[in-house]
Ligand binder design. Structure first.
Ligand code: HEM
Length: 255
C-alpha cells in the first residue's frame, strides 16, 4: 500500500481561485514531479477550477484525489463529488475514477484525509491540464508529485514569475531565478517590511499586518521567520487564510 510515510507530508499548498476557471487561467506548476496539494472548493454544482503542471518525457505523473475525512465531504456519495479530468499534452483525457476510500492521517497539518483515487502514469513531455468540475458544494484536494522540494507556481500568462506573483514589491533585493534566501527573509523582519516563509515559499505580509482579522500582533510576530508551524497551528485546512496567503507569495525559498 502507498499509505503513510510522508506521501503527503509537505505538499506545498496551492489554493485554486474562483477565476481559475480553465487550465490556461489557473496556476502552472513548473515541475509536476514536485509535491503540491491543490485545494479546490465549490459552493454549487457546475463550477470549474483548473490548473496545469509541466512534465518531462518519462517523469512520474503522480496524482491523488483526497477529501478531508469530515462532514460534509465524507458523507457525500462519490457521484456528488467533483469530477477531475486530466488531459495530457497530446490531448488525451482521463476522468479520475473515485474507486477507493482509504483513511490517511497527514501529520504535518494534523488532518485526517480519505484517498478516493490514486493515479499514476509515465508522463509525456509538455503541460498537463487538470480540470475539476463540481456537482454541488464540496472541497477537495488534488495532490500532485512526490518530490519534497520547494517548487515554483506561476500565475497569469507572463513568463516572469517574480513580477506576476509579487503583489507588493519591496525595495529589498529581488529573487534570483533560484529563489529567495533565508537571509533575505531575515532582513525583512519588521512591520515596515515583513516577510515570512511558509512551506518553502516566501511571502510579503507587510500590507496584511493591519488587515488580519486575528490581529496585527499575530502577523508581526512572524516577520523575518519561518512561520510554517505558526500558520498551520492556527489555520491548517482553512480555505480563506490559505487563499489570502497565496496572494502575498513572492516565490520559492532557495534550498
Ligand atoms: C500569514 C499568515 C496568516 C494569514 C494569511 C492569515 C489569514 C487570516 C484570515 C483570512 C482570517 C479570516 C478567516 C475567516 O474570515 O474565515 C484570519 C483569522 C484569524 N487569524 Fe489569521 N492568518 C495568518 C496568521 C495567523 C497567526 C500566526 C495567528 C495566531 C497566532 C492567526 C490568528 C487568527 C485568528 C485568531 C483569527 C480569527 C479572528 C476572528 O475570527 O475574530 N492568524 N486569518
Amino acid at each position: 500500500m502507498l499509505i503513510g510515510s510522508g506521501v503527503a507530508q509537505a505538499h506545498q499548498p496551492v489554493v485554486l481561485l474562483d477565476s481559475d476557471t480553465t487550465a490556461a487561467k489557473g496556476p502552472l506548476l513548473t515541475d509536476g514531479t514536485v509535491s503540491y496539494a491543490i485545494r479546490a472548493s465549490f459552493t454549487k454544482s457546475g463550477q470549474k477550477k483548473a490548473f496545469r503542471a509541466q512534465l518531462n518525457a518519462g517523469d512520474a505523473l503522480s496524482v491523488q484525489y483526497l477529501i478531508v475525512d469530515k462532514k460534509p465531504e465524507n458523507a457525500l456519495r462519490t457521484s456528488a463529488l467533483p469530477r477531475l479530468v486530466i488531459t495530457s499534452p497530446t490531448g488525451t483525457s482521463v476522468t479520475v475514477n473515485l474507486n477507493e476510500r482509504v483513511k490517511f492521517y497527514e501529520p504535518f497539518s494534523k488532518v485526517n484525509y480519505l484517498y478516493l483515487s490514486r493515479y499514476s502514469a509515465v508522463a509525456k513531455a509538455g503541460v498537463y491540464s487538470f480540470t475539476i468540475t463540481s456537482k454541488g458544494k464540496a472541497e477537495i484536494t488534488v495532490a500532485v508529485g512526490d518530490k519534497e522540494i520547494a517548487g515554483e507556481v506561476l500565475r497569469g500568462t507572463k513568463p516572469t514569475p517574480t513580477s506576476t506573483t509579487s503583489p507588493t514589491p519591496t525595495p529589498t533585493p529581488s529573487a534570483s531565478t533560484s529563489g529567495y534566501t533565508m537571509a533575505q527573509v531575515k532582513a525583512n523582519n519588521s512591520a515596515k517590511s515583513c516577510w515570512a516563509v511558509i512551506d518553502g515559499f516566501v511571502y510579503n505580509l507587510t500590507t496584511w499586518i493591519n488587515s488580519h482579522p486575528g490581529g496585527a500582533g499575530a502577523i508581526v510576530s512572524l516577520c523575518g521567520t519561518d512561520a510554517t508551524a505558526a500558520f498551520k497551528y492556527q489555520h491548517a485546512n482553512q480555505g480563506k487564510p490559505a487563499a489570502k496567503l497565496d496572494s502575498f507569495r513572492l516565490g520559492a525559498l532557495s534550498q
